[in-house]
Design a protein around this ligand. Structure first.
Ligand code: AMP
Ligand code: ZN
Length: 467
């Protein structure tokens, strides 16, 4: 499998540090609000990538973090008059709800920055000891120029950065390029005791620390959105490599932006839709499909038209799967030897499976992989029917379902209740109520609710609707 490595700016053959195992770290969200669908892009892409690695037989140790201490969290807490923990815990819960909806699997470890402060203090102390950091008035700075390779990921030269950028020159810093590892608390901020001040860590140090703790000093893959290349990932490399004296991550993967009108979707610009809002309008599976239907390194423009197109495409796949299920559920299919034509069909199906795999092996081209699923769907639609052999239908059905599953696309629909079953249950609930059997009547109401059926008691009787 080849991966495009931001560090070398080339597609490279993926060779893990340890055979059969992958150590992967993805920078997670800052939890101060509902995530927008731009934030969902790296989550969906790298969850699917992880699933593919597992399909290839790797044992994946997948770590992603919650940044749960940060200026924005503190500001929101102060605005609402609640603690920072209340804000971060609330949005961690909301994040998990969104991830469940999008069928994103839980990480192997999902640490929170505030629970890793000791490790951060230890790494900062080591960096000071090794001459890569210094303290001034309770603040600790990383001495950027002490790390000779600074800029190797983002291909920026430190002298150009210093000359060109409008970097606020702080009197305290020895050099404007130095960045904060630890800062003293201000009034009303959460803080932890440290050898330098009661305070809190800078943002970058948390990922260096959590990555080392849960994955080791060297990891295979580090990933995130492309806005993280500089300064976040550049600074992570400087901290980790200066401290551990080893190459930090072998492969760096970055997804391109989700845009609106060709501008990055972002909280600060206000041009965003939350995952929650979009999932009110579309099945979350459509959101997942929409993200995977383009290559992760291509910018993706969000629009209603493209979401509608994604919805229709996904429906085509699910309809084909439903039809095959229908054929398999009846007794019409013969359990006979496959005809020559059917054998040929399975050869074609196998070559489409190879095409799918080749696409994902080529820098995780999920868009071309989905195109191969479509060809398979077309093959099924034109060739399989009630005269087909059971083996051919079952084989193609299993294959389409498997190829969707690898990308985390759910193909099994929840059984929908038919209208006549609903009417029957409503009748039973009415007579239970008449007989004062309220336990049963509540049970029926809840059962219907679980299936998305809402009951309304009106003067004309009970009405129902699907939610
Ligand atoms: P944040 O909470 O802003 O640090 O973002 C969490 C993750 O979402 C990071 O990996 C970002 O790079 C990524 N991200 C933020 N905005 C977008 C966007 N519009 N498109 C794609 N990824 C994004
Ligand atoms: Zn990070």
């Amino acid at each position: 499998m080849k991966i495009y490595n931001t560090l070398t700016q080339k597609k490279e053959e993926f060779v893990p540090l340890e055979e059969g195992k992958v150590r992967m770290y993805v920078c997670g969200p800052t939890v101060y609000n509902f995530i927008h669908i731009g934030n969902a892009r790296p989550v969906i892409v790298f969850d699917s990538f992880r699933r593919y690695l597992e399909y290839l037989g790797y044992q994946v140790n997948f770590v992603t973090n919650f940044t749960d201490v940060d200026d924005k969290i503190i500001k929101k807490a102060n605005d609402e008059g609640v603690s920072a923990t209340e804000i971060s815990e609330r949005y961690i819960r909301e994040f998990r709800t969104d991830m469940d909806a999008l069928n994103v699997r839980e990480a192997t470890v999902h640490p929170k920055a505030t629970e890793e402060i000791d490790g951060m203090i230890e790494m900062i102390s080591d960096l000071i000891k090794k001459g890569h950091a210094y303290e001034k008035n309770g603040t600790v700075y990383f001495k950027t120029r002490s790390f000779a390779e600074y800029g190797k990921l983002s291909k920026k030269k430190i002298d150009d950065l210093e000359a060109g950028a409008r970097i606020a020159v702080s009197d305290e810093k020895e050099d404007p390029m130095d960045f904060v590892l630890w800062k003293p608390k201000k009034e009303g901020e959460p803080s932890w005791a440290s050898p330098w001040s009661d305070g809190r860590p800078g943002w970058h140090i948390e990922c260096s620390v959590m990555s080392r703790k849960y994955l080791g000093e060297q990891i295979d893959i580090h990933a995130g959105g492309e806005d993280l290349v500089f300064p976040h990932h550049e600074n992570e490399i400087a901290q980790s490599e200066a401290c551990n004296e080893k190459e930090f991550a072998r492969y760096w993967m970055h997804n391109a932006f989700l845009n609106i009108d060709n501008k990055k979707m972002s909280k600060s610009e206000g041009n965003f839709f939350t995952v929650r809002e979009i999932c009110d309008q579309y099945d979350p599976q459509v959101v997942r499909f929409f993200m995977l239907n383009s290559h992760y390194r291509s910018p993706l423009n969000f629009s209603k038209e493209l979401m509608e197109a994604a919805k229709n495409s996904l429906t085509r796949i699910l309809t084909a799967i439903g039809q095959l299920e229908f054929l398999l559920s009846g007794n019409s299919l013969e359990d006979r030897e496959m005809s020559e034509q059917e054998k040929q069909l399975l050869v074609e199906a196998k070559s489409l499976q190879d095409k799918y795999k080749a696409a994902l092996d080529d820098d995780f081209n999920s868009s071309d992989a989905i195109a191969a699923i479509f060809e398979l769907v077309k093959l099924a639609n034109t060739n399989l029917n009630s005269d087909s052999s059971k083996t051919s239908v079952q084989t193609i059905y299993d294959l389409i379902a498997k190829l969707c599953d690898i990308l985390g696309i759910i193909t099994q629909k929840d059984e929908e209740l038919l209208a006549e079953d609903i009417e029957k249950l409503i009748e039973e609930r009415q007579s239970a109520r008449k007989n004062k059997n309220f336990a049963r009547s509540d049970e029926i109401r809840n059962l219907l609710l679980e299936k998305g059926i809402i009951l309304e008691d009106t003067r004309e009787g009970v009405r129902w609707k699907r939610s």
